[in-house]
Write a protein that binds this ligand. Structure first.
Ligand code: NAD
Length: 471
């Protein structure tokens, strides 16, 4: 199968192509158009041309069209789920049950929120202030492979609702559902050029998109290293950026916690084969309960089944790509060489081969070592103990990241105290991954710049204007 760009409502090829392989068995799924500066310019031109009419389209009509996109996604949810699973190796079960419904919800939520946006009005010495959220122009959206369509539509939906036109650059390891979204938006009646997809390698098509002077917003989800490159390319134009980056989140288990709950929450960190930015990969457990916690955790982890992600019984699928697989194994090997003990897993799955990496838990890790400070982005957790609350907070905050944190405790006052001191964009207390699109989402420190969600999304994607009128 050949996959082309989606520009101005048409399929556009490139001279070059790259292979897209399935992480399940390494088979070639598609030959994908390999975009560069020319295709980036073409897509921005198409989006710029479509912008004035889309920006003038009434809110009600924009919202109606976004609901039509959601309808089309729901109609094709099975197809999208299978396509995503074959392309990125994440569980079909999750795609069917939660991911594709969330993809449709992204469009419905921001369509409805647009209609509720409060055009604040107030009076200054008889002069009327009127605040409006004006469309900004072309938004470039650059997204990763770990939850391709979910993360892309979390940006596409508010950008379009705001009245902007969009150029999406999906990850080269998972290009397929973004491509299908082109057809879906056309089917739903979105005008040509309002939504565009440019395929290609990040290093080739990314810089001409990020550095394009006609682009008014860039929203990026991915690694810190790429965020730096994008920020540098955007700097000459001072293009506003929203950056949702990596993490090294802690899960704190206090002695007063429900240890069964703590073990369940810890085992949940292997979801998506550990390829989750928010994953609480550093288990920090109060000394007095660490043995009891570990016993429960290992019992829980032993029930997890690794295998083909299309199988409904599978809990953990393959890693996305040989490069990522090698990176994960390198982290584990170096940690073990430095004295860590793999009390669970510790290497490739010998029965399954391929890109299947065993869920791993390391104890005895060296304080300050890379396994505790750098993002592995695989099914690898570490366990450390703490003596008291003060030490727990210090350990939790001891990385350059600040995306999320999870606190497990039976004490509401401790929960409040500790959450207040954690450096994180999101703190979960006695739960994990409960997301509400009305809430701000983003990271502290190197986990990101800015917040999206609810009004925060519209504040970013719009030019917020105040008009003051004399009496
Ligand atoms: P990545 O940074 O390698 O790539 C992300 C995207 O950037 C891809 O589309 C890639 O092609 C593109 N890209 C690469 N180089 C570029 C350049 N020079 N200019 C412009 N674009 C370029 O990240 P990844 O490996 O695809 O994803 C994993 C990372 O994403 C992890 O760090 C993870 O924590 C993070 N992530 C964060 C969130 C969040 O919401 N905070 C969510 C999911 C993933």
């Amino acid at each position: 199968m050949n996959v082309e760009h989606w520009i101005g409502g048409e399929r556009v090829p490139s001279a070059g192509r790259f292979e897209d392989r399935s992480p399940i068995d390494g088979s070639v799924l598609a030959h994908v158009a390999r975009g560069g500066p020319e295709e980036a310019a073409l897509a921005v031109r198409a989006a710029t041309g479509a912008f004035p009419a889309w920006a003038r389209t009434s809110r009600e009509e924009r919202a109606r069209l976004l609901h039509a996109v959601a309808d089309a996604i729901e109609r094709r949810a099975g197809e999208l789920a299978m396509l995503e699973t074959t392309d990125n190796g994440a569980l079909l079960r999750s795609h069917l049950r939660s991911v594709m419904p969330r993809v449709a919800h992204n469009f419905r939520f921001f369509a409805d929120w647009l209609l509720e946006l409060d055009h604040a009005a107030f009076d200054t010495r008889g002069h009327a202030n009127h605040v409006s959220w004006d469309p900004a122009g072309v938004a470039v959206l650059i997204t990763p492979w770990n939850a391709p369509l979910m993360l892309a539509t979390w940006k596409i939906a508010p950008a379009l609702a705001a009245g902007n036109t969009v150029v999406l650059k999906p990850a080269e390891w998972s290009p397929l559902t973004a491509s299908l979204l082109g057809d879906i938006t056309a089917e739903a009646g979105l005008p040509d050029g309002v939504f565009n997809v440019v395929q290609g390698h990040g290093t080739e098509v990314g810089p001409p998109l990020s550095g394009h002077p006609g682009v008014r917003r860039i929203s990026f989800t991915g690694s810190v290293a790429t965020a730096r490159a994008i920020a540098a390319a955007a700097a000459p134009n001072l293009t506003p950026l929203s950056l949702e980056l990596g993490g090294k989140s802690p899960l704190l288990v206090f002695a007063d916690a429900d240890l069964d709950l703590a073990a369940d929450l810890a085992a949940e960190q292997y979801d998506n084969a550990g390829q989750v930015c928010l994953a609480a990969v550093r288990l920090l457990v109060e000394e007095s309960v660490s043995a009891a916690f570990l016993e429960r955790f290992l019992a829980r982890a032993a029930t997890l089944r690794q295998g083909d992600p299309r199988d409904a019984e599978t809990d953990i699928g393959p890693q996305i790509h040989p490069r990522q697989f090698g990176k994960i194994d390198g982290f584990v090997r170096r940690a073990v060489a430095a004295g860590a003990t793999p009390v669970l897993g510790g290497g490739p799955n010998p029965d399954l081969g391929g890109l299947y990496y065993q869920p791993t838990l390391l104890t005895g890790v060296k304080p300050g070592s890379e396994i505790l400070t750098e993002e592995v982005f695989g099914p690898v957790l570490t366990l450390q103990t703490f003596a008291h609350e003060e030490e727990a907070v210090t350990m939790a905050n001891s990385t350059d990241y600040g995306l999320a944190a999870t606190v497990v405790t039976g004490s509401p006052s401790r929960a409040r105290r500790v959450s207040g001191r954690l450096v994180a964009g999101t703190v979960w207390v006695n739960c994990f991954f409960v997301r509400d699109l009305r809430a701000p989402f983003g990271g502290a420190r190197r986990s990101g710049v800015g917040r999206e969600g609810g009004n925060w999304s519209f504040d970013f994607y719009c030019d917020v204007k105040n008009t003051v009128s004399a009496p």
